[in-house]
Design a binder for this molecule. Structure first.
Ligand SMILES: C[S@@+](CC[C@H](N)C(=O)[O-])C[C@H]1O[C@@H](n2cnc3c(N)ncnc32)[C@H](O)[C@@H]1O
Length: 185
């Protein structure tokens, strides 16, 4: 999907998309870096709000050959784009459904819990905490919730649910990004 088509989806569905441009390569690299994710021992990654796939692409580059990625995207156009780009990869399941159902999809895929949940859903403009709470519930102990934002406005919500949060800042993105990293203790 070109930048203009992404921009149009951003305008049409701002309350879900929350931005007008996809994440940069630098955001994708930061969200998936070895400091945050133990790739060698990871079997199940869940991505929430994949858009047209900049973070998805990087996750697949780092994911073990025998591991799985459950990739949620509620927007039909973005889900079609993800299917076109990535469905040939047997490790990925593209789910055109609401991320709040992540628990049932994790079980259907044969896992008890996820090792990591990476999310780009714009919770700053979504007041409900149900998806964040589901992510916490369906993570293994020691697993991490890694969330993209453009501000620190939602930090307290993650701290309330996870009791901790660390920030990684990415200057090279429009707008600059704050990656929130929360561990399930
Ligand atoms: C900020 S965009 C991020 C897109 C892409 N991951 C990126 O980083 O460029 C947020 C995405 O979350 C999706 N989204 C919002 N609410 C969702 C939900 N409840 N379930 C699944 N996807 C959702 C939107 O459709 C949108 O594609």
């Amino acid at each position: 999907m070109g930048a203009l088509k992404f921009f149009i989806q951003g305008i049409k569905n701002f309350k879900e998309v929350g931005t007008f441009s996809r994440s940069s390569h630098f955001v994708a690299k930061t969200m998936t870096k070895d400091k945050h994710i133990d790739w060698e021992n990871t079997k199940c990654v869940v991505e929430l709000g994949a858009g047209d796939g900049p973070i998805t692409k990087q996750i697949l580059q780092k994911l073990r050959p025998d591991a799985k990625l459950l990739c949620f995207e509620i927007n039909k156009k973005f889900a079609e784009e993800l299917t076109e780009k990535f469905a040939h990869d047997k490790r990925i399941t593209i789910i055109n459904d609401d991320a709040k159902k992540l628990g049932e999809y994790i079980k259907d895929a044969g896992f008890q819990e996820a090792d990591y949940v990476l999310s780009e859903i714009p919770f700053v403009i979504i007041p409900e905490d149900d998806i964040i709470e589901q992510a916490h519930k369906n993570l293994k102990n020691g697993g991490k919730f890694i969330q993209l934002h453009y501000s620190l406005a939602a930090k307290k919500r993650y701290e309330r649910i996870f009791n901790n949060s660390e920030i990684d800042f990415v200057m090279l993105n429009v707008p600059p990004a704050f990656i929130h990293i929360c561990e399930k203790l």
